[in-house]
Design a protein around this ligand. Structure first.
Ligand code: FES
Length: 111
């Protein structure tokens, strides 16, 4: 099992979960009730699965493909450690990964 730590957009809440290797981070986040829409379900047609990876963990992720980089350009509030959660597949190399929710996701849920 891979440990993942989710931090709320304002940093006030932290939640740790354990997830099976091979799952997409988006699936794990949604199962945990994190506010990620993931509208296109991993088809790279939205950026509503955008998460901000902790700076110290970012280098552990495989590099983003060009399509992911293009979608991240459209993500509101993107930072240099932003990634799309649907494109992150959990491996043992990611044990202990910490990601934060961008503030925009909360607003999208209120629509
Ligand atoms: S769910 Fe749409 S790009 Fe990730």
């Amino acid at each position: 099992m891979i440990k993942i730590r989710f931090i709320s957009a304002d940093g006030s809440e932290t939640h740790e979960v354990e997830a099976a290797e091979g799952l997409a981070l988006l699936e794990v986040a949604q199962a945990d009730g994190q506010p990620l829409e993931g509208t296109c379900e991993g088809q790279m047609a939205c950026s509503t699965c955008h998460v901000i990876v902790a700076a110290e963990d970012f280098a552990r992720l495989p590099p983003a493909r060009e399509e992911e980089e293009d979608m991240l350009d459209l993500a509101a509030g993107a930072t240099r450690t932003s990634r799309l959660a649907c494109q992150i597949l959990l491996t043992s190399a990611l044990d202990g990964l910490t990601v934060r929710m961008p503030p925009e996701h909360r607003d999208m849920q209120r629509r």
